[in-house]
Ligand binder design. Structure first.
Ligand code: HEM
Length: 137
């Protein structure tokens, strides 16, 4: 490759990158990223926590009591609260994706309305769950 070609290749325009000032964030793209993030978050932390809880349960009352003590510390409570929101959000937004797969709700206005419903419903459900589990409701 000549020096001229190399220079031309380096200077050629790049396709717009999603993160940064080149791309205007939209509700649909932001929720799409959040859907993937919540899926990965649930896969890593949700699955680990579930396995930890089940192993502790299988090890008898002492181990189970220790696990409960650990899970009632505030960092664990914050994690459980976030997991709670993630599962509601991911499930409701997953239903939105499945509706799209049937060819419905694909117009921008409909997709945005469904996005707002998903955000409000998942936040409300997570807050109500945390309040009930925490004994405030
Ligand atoms: C704890 C349970 C769940 C876990 C760990 C999980 C995890 C994941 C992960 C890792 C992805 C891939 C994300 C990506 O690469 O973009 C995904 C996608 C998806 N999930 Fe879940 N998920 C769970 C529950 C659910 C539920 C209950 C629903 C529906 C009611 C759902 C619907 C979907 C759909 C439709 C997609 C594909 C979205 C697309 O087309 O890009 N998931 N999930």
């Amino acid at each position: 490759m000549t020096e001229e070609t190399r220079k031309q290749r380096l200077e050629r325009p790049l396709s717009p990158y999603m993160i940064g000032s080149y791309y205007k964030p939209q509700l649909s793209s932001m929720l799409s990223i959040a859907h993937r993030a919540s899926g990965v978050f649930l896969s890593i932390f949700g699955a680990t926590l579930m396995v930890y809880w089940l192993v502790a349960l299988s090890q008898g009352p002492v181990a189970y009591h220790e696990a409960l003590m650990l899970l009632s510390a505030w960092p664990a409570k914050v994690l459980l609260g976030l997991l709670c929101f993630a599962i509601y959000y991911h499930s409701l937004n997953g239903i939105r994706h499945l509706i799209w797969d049937t060819g419905r709700m694909l117009e921008i206005k409909q997709a945005n309305l469904a996005a707002i419903i998903v955000l409000i419903a998942s936040s409300t459900a997570a807050i109500v769950t945390v309040l009930i589990v925490g004994g405030w409701l």
